[in-house]
Design a binder for this molecule. Structure first.
Ligand SMILES: Cc1ncc(COP(=O)(O)O)c(C=O)c1O
Length: 383
């Protein structure tokens, strides 16, 4: 049996999501935009899911715009808002540890004349709030920050960021893709203006996500060509996918506290075991302000890509950084932004636990890891 420790890349479908999707695929053939009975049934599926996801996020259903995932939601937020907030100014504040689905739209906006201030992070991966305050200007339209980093799991102080942004009349977008379903993310408690997330990071299907709109400013549509989603996202709804998103959200809502506890126990068991059994390791990222399921470790002097391969051959799936960057030999830009050298970044692996993991699996990993790590270190490098 393989051991899957890469839940930040994607998660297996939650059984409730699978069941909801199969029912819709079998029994709900209509288009939610049609006015007949079949259309109304499909629309009911979409609206029920919207209520389920809204309940998880503390949003109202009307605030949610379904998209084809968080990449699209981030593009809609950045490109779309930069257009509609043009009158406020063309200055945007973001960070050096954003996901490419934020960073690449930012680069595109710069090419079109926007000014972007990218704030660095401290060695533990956190943004300095004083630096945020100092970067904000009268013409800052938007602040865009990743809530939980996909590589390190490090959490930003989103409530404080919202306060800083609002104090200067700027709006806050957060990429909460890794946070939702793993920690409480409630827009009725933390006053973000826009929030992106994705179903497949917490038991839903791939290819479905949303942008939550908490401010009256609406982004310009990115995918055009239909009246769907308040004209903000044209195209026939992915009805089965949205049903799966709703079911995964309902499950996450019901199980969140237990998940946090279970994930943290497994993650801590893994870290304590690694620190005990493998010489010369260090944890990347803040030890407290971090997702309960994520552990990023530098095996000093080791070849991370080789270790990843050995683990895979041994039946264990982990990641050497962002899934989309794996296979590339570039060191993680998130770790280098935290001050790690390229060699240190290349010696680092991300373990992310989730549903289906148990202590026996963690212990199997710990039993083999000291030898596998030693094989990827230069002979005689570490005792
Ligand atoms: C922080 C973050 N933002 C955005 C995305 C993109 O999400 P999606 O796969 O739904 O496009 C990911 C997924 O890797 C992510 O981790």
């Amino acid at each position: 049996m393989r051991i899957y420790l890469d839940h930040n890349a994607t998660t297996p479908l939650h059984p409730d999501a699978l069941e909801a999707m199969i029912r819709v695929l079998r029994e709900v053939p209509g288009n939610p935009s049609s006015t007949h009975h079949e259309g109304s049934e499909a629309k009911r599926v979409v609206e029920t899911a919207r209520e389920q996801v809204a309940a998880l996020l503390g949003a109202t259903p009307r605030e949610l715009v379904f998209t084809g995932g968080a990449t699209e939601a981030n593009n809609l937020a950045l490109a779309g808002l930069a257009t509609t907030l043009h009158e406020r100014g063309r200055h945007i504040v973001s960070t050096t540890v954003e996901h490419p689905s934020v960073e690449e739209p930012l680069r595109r906006l710069e090419a079109e004349g926007a000014e972007v201030a990218r704030l660095g992070v401290d060695p533990e991966g956190r943004v300095d709030l004083d630096a945020v305050r100092a970067a904000l200007r009268d013409d800052t339209a938007l602040v865009s920050v990743i809530w939980a980093n996909n590589e390190t799991g490090v959490l930003q102080d989103v409530a404080a960021l919202a306060e800083c942004a609002h104090a200067r009349g700027a709006l806050l977008h957060v990429d909460a893709t890794q946070a939702v379903g793993k920690i409480p993310v409630r827009v009725d408690e933390v006053p973000v203006d826009f929030l992106s997330t994705s179903a497949h990071k917490f038991g839903g299907p791939k290819g479905v996500g949303l942008l939550a709109l908490r401010h009256e400013a609406l982004p310009e549509a990115f995918v055009r060509g239909g009246p769907q989603e308040r004209r903000l996202r044209g195209g026939t709804h992915n009805v089965a996918g949205i049903a799966g998103f709703g079911a995964a959200a309902a499950a996450a809502h019901a199980e969140l506290d237990a998940r946090v506890e279970r994930y943290a126990a497994l993650r801590d068991r893994l870290w304590v075991g690694i620190a005990e059994k493998v010489p010369d390791v260090r944890r990347n990222g803040h030890a407290e302000h971090v997702l309960p399921n994520t552990l990023n470790v530098e095996f000093c002097g080791a070849q991370g890509d080789v270790l990843l391969e050995i683990l895979d051959l041994e039946g264990i799936a982990v990641s050497a950084g962002a899934a989309c960057a794996s296979g590339s030999i570039d060191p993680s830009s998130v770790l280098t932004a935290m001050g790690r050298s390229p060699e240190e970044a290349r010696a680092s692996l991300r373990f992310s636990v989730g549903e289906g993991n148990d202590t026996a699996q963690i212990d199997r990993v710990l039993a083999g890891l000291p030898e596998w790590v030693a094989r990827t270190r230069p002979p005689g490098s570490v005792a």
